[in-house]
Design a protein around this ligand. Sequence first.
Ligand SMILES: [Zn+2]
Length: 454
Amino acid sequence: MCYDVLEYLFRFPPRRMSAITNEEEFEKVKESLAKKSGGAAFRSERFDELSKFVSDALDHQDSDRALTVITRGALSFGCSDVHYDLAESDTVVRFRIDGSLVPVLRLSRQQYKLMLERLKYKSELKLNITNVPQDGKYRIEEEGQKIDVRISTLPVKWGENVVCRVLDSTSSVPKIADLGFMWTSKRQIDKSLSKTNGMILVTGPTGSGKTTTLYSMLRELNTQSRKIITLEDPIEYELPGVVQSEVNEKNGYTYHNGLKALLRQDPDIIMIGEIRDLETANIAAQSALTGHLVFSTLHTKSAAETLERLMNMGVPSYILASSIDIIIAQRLVRKLCPHCIESYEADAAQSDTIRWMMRDIGIGAVEKARKDGFKLHRSKGCEHCGFTGFRGRLWIYEVLHFSEGVRDLVRKGESPSKILEEGRKNDLILMREDGVLKAMRGKTTLEEIFAAIG
Ligand SMILES: [Zn+2]
């Protein structure tokens, strides 16, 4: 069973009735709030510069230089993916920055032909094959910086579309303390990390920064006295001292058989990029029960859905109950630009929404705001944020710690709502609540929270 966000939002009966009394009204407010966020046009002189460099290079038939400029440019803008989208007359190059696509430059048919050849050549794709999808990777090394790029092609009406995932292997892994966990959650994570066995799961959709969270935790544990081995697809960060292995499905090196090989290497700590099937889930759980600390991710929306997914895969509930130690569900939202931020009083609809979303927690800051009115924040846009109002991203979380009470309910196969209720006894905060608290503190907006958990 997979429940949608509304069920998720409304799982707990309201203790305090506010002006919003049913789902329909709430849905309306949510929609109207989402519209306001819009998508500010991102114009920057730096894009024009980049465009000029690329055009110049291509006019001189130097596609290698053009590719380096685009790749380095992507990295300097904090772009995670470069999209080459082909149309009849030209190709639009867009960067995904802080989760949104931004048009950066246009290439003529002739210019794109050169770029495509270079991209395929550098990634060792077959140049003469244009009618089936291909994937590969290339690396750019300059001034001590290594940029790994995963490329995939797709045959489309006008030729081949290309999307490149940019990975900066030299970028530093943040500390756990910088990830923005509530102190109660941070305390539970520290406790899990101090153990020598158990499973720590990080969950969320693609692009929610799961790998970064995993690496931040591995970084804390990375000492001479421990053997840490990872199995990844692809390796996104290089961590000195950690044994990192990359799966290669094409050659039969899968998560499943890789994990078996990895266990023969006498590890203390194992990181598996993703649990996708029962076999991997079983080996991971068994390893956690036999003296290994196991880290992995799942592509699920929430802590509760993670349990359901694992059970649906066929992992027995008693195994889950004893092997999992903590589930961290997370999303990335855009961070308000600190240079052009201003606060404002939430209007009636927003206040009702906040009350509704925070109805289950009674912490001081919210109680006070309930009486005095809620303060929200917005940014007008300035040169620091490319006039978008946002700069960088931050995480919102829910952290379900497996207390004895939670383990007991999981073992009995109780419903997710019962399990979460039990989690409340150990300060479980849901993602929507963490999000609202961060919006009230001026880190992001309500609209961003809705867009992320919707
Ligand atoms: Zn700004």
